[in-house]
Ligand binder design. Sequence first.
Ligand code: SF4
Length: 411
Amino acid sequence: MRASSELVAAARLARRPGEEGANTRAAALPERPGPLAASAQQGAQPARVKTRKSDWTWQLRHALSSADELHGALSLTPEELAGARRAEKAGLPIRVTPYYLSLCDNADPACPIRRQCVPLADESAEVPGDLVDPLGEVAHEVAPHLVQRYPDRALLLATDRCAVYCRFCTRSRMVGDGGGAVALERLAPAMAYLEAHPEVRDVIVSGGDPLAVSTDRVVRLIARLRQIQSVETIRLATRVPVTLPQRITAELVRALKPYHPLWVMTHFNHPKELTPAAERACKRLADHGFPVMNQTVLLRGINDDATTLATLFRGLVRWRVRPYYLLQMDPVRGTAHLRTPLATGVSLMEQLQGRLTGIALPKLIVDTPGGMGKVPIGPEYVVDRRPGRTVLRTHRGVEVEYVDPPAGSGG
Ligand code: SF4
């Protein structure tokens, strides 16, 4: 059965060289030729290679996970190579699927995809304000693997694994730390907490990436959450539509569909990520009734200009993916080189307001350090406010007075 083979693949992925039960990498992944070798095979056996590349487990088994593999696939600059070597030893680990690698420009270290997945030596730099856990998730843990920062919603951290480790990750403190997918039995205290707190109506299943594990495991987790009567909505926070779109299989959406309402929260950051494979994934989700929302992280030198964002947001809307948030990047330790000043986001929103249809315009959000909650920010449109009268500035620069109804009118 497919589910069994996925479990085998997931079990392989849950082990890393040197861990108990890891075997040797060669033994666990006997057919692994490396992504470049796989590309070279394309001429000889195109149909077979195409089939393999469209298999998400193949993609995960062949993901690059070391500095040497990255260097073999992309001609890394000295700064990238130093960053990759450091990441291997001490920092956020490396993982890049062959699919996401294929979007990287080998000739351009400034490529917006490459910058999201290839570490730089700058990751070792700490600046004032940097935090290991910028959203205070450890402090807000209410049960093992369950974080609650708002009265009506909670965050379930179901795995530490992702298809690609993004260099801007807010949870760099924990992703790829070797734990793998959390067994359902270990989530029992989290489930008990949700059962005892019916005010929590919305559960965000995240990690790591909850879809980077076997279908069987995801379905069992969602089915368990659905047994909790007070949980109304479940959100899957996943980057696989971006980094591993092959994961959105017909089997997966069919298996999850009975547990609606299930929302998918994803992270497209650049128009280069809007590929035919990603389009198929997003449309398959939408066709099966999953509302898909996108949270774009504002990244310096990657997407911090209005034209790039407008192209991205318009493309997403065409696929029925709602641009939901433009996130000011969290001050994660070692990511200052990727962050923009707050004023950049405000200026970008000002340039996009009125230029983009409202359904393509996300909210600009700052998730305040320490886990104190999200704050929407944006350009100031109120010029003057007096009792009963407000002067507003429109996106055309025109000032318009809005007059409130007289006190007591309307009964
Ligand atoms: S997929 Fe999400 S959790 Fe995983 S590394 Fe990227 S941002 Fe972090």
